[in-house]
Design a protein. Structure first.
Length: 90
């Protein structure tokens, strides 16, 4: 179940506007406490975005994606912004 939650969380986060990439080397960590799961996801966001808004959107996208797959035993989705990507001049 951890692997499925990790995969869905990665995809949902990367498809959220304002997310540049996942952080390396650890990008998603799933833990289980009693019967509930907790997701910690580490992101790099684009310069100029509102970090609280991006964090909320990522949480909502992950929650919705997990529920769509029938996974409702996730108690917390914690967002950790690890950096900001500045667009390169062309």
């Amino acid at each position: 179940m951890n692997e499925l939650i990790t995969k869905i969380s990665r995809i949902a986060a990367l498809t959220t506007d304002g997310v540049a990439s996942l952080a390396n080397p650890i990008d998603v960590f799933v833990s289980k406490k009693k019967e509930m799961f907790e997701v910690d996801i580490y992101l790099v966001v684009n310069f100029g975005v509102k970090i609280p808004e991006i964090a909320w959107n990522v949480q909502e996208n992950i929650k919705n994606a997990l529920e769509k797959e029938g996974i409702t035993a996730v108690e917390h989705i914690n967002i950790h912004v690890q950096g900001v990507k500045i667009a390169e001049d062309k």
